[in-house]
Design a protein around this ligand. Structure first.
Ligand SMILES: N[C@@H](CCC(=O)N[C@@H](CS)C(=O)NCC(=O)O)C(=O)O
Length: 94
């Protein structure tokens, strides 16, 4: 069964609402979503996030790869709002 992938920054130790990746991860946890984490580091310029840029056309995370492979990235608060409203552009389970 395909799992949702949470592409997030490598600062997984930060559990603060100021951290966008943590906010989305917390919302997935609260929703009981089964996901796997794909970590992406920091660095200078878009090259350091070449894989994220390839996936989404921009360098910021969090990004969700939904169970059907749909790649979804918006401002984090919009992603959380859509998760809560069941309005994500793809399924949470495969
Ligand atoms: N305004 C964006 C901010 C996202 C954001 O800052 N994400 C961090 C990781 S938690 C990031 O990708 N930073 C890369 C950078 O600043 O180069 C949102 O709410 O989604």
């Amino acid at each position: 069964m395909a799992k949702v992938k949470l592409h997030r920054c490598s600062y997984t130790f930060l559990h603060m609402d100021a951290d966008a990746c943590w906010r989305l991860q917390k919302a997935l946890d609260e929703r009981g979503v089964d996901y796997e984490i794909v970590k992406h580091g920091y660095g200078k310029g878009e090259k350091s996030r070449a894989d994220v840029v390839k996936l989404t056309g921009q360098k910021y995370v969090p990004v969700l790869e939904l169970a059907d492979g749909t790649v979804y990235r918006e401002e984090t608060d919009d992603m959380i709002a859509k998760l809560k409203a069941n309005e994500l552009p793809g399924p949470l389970t495969g």
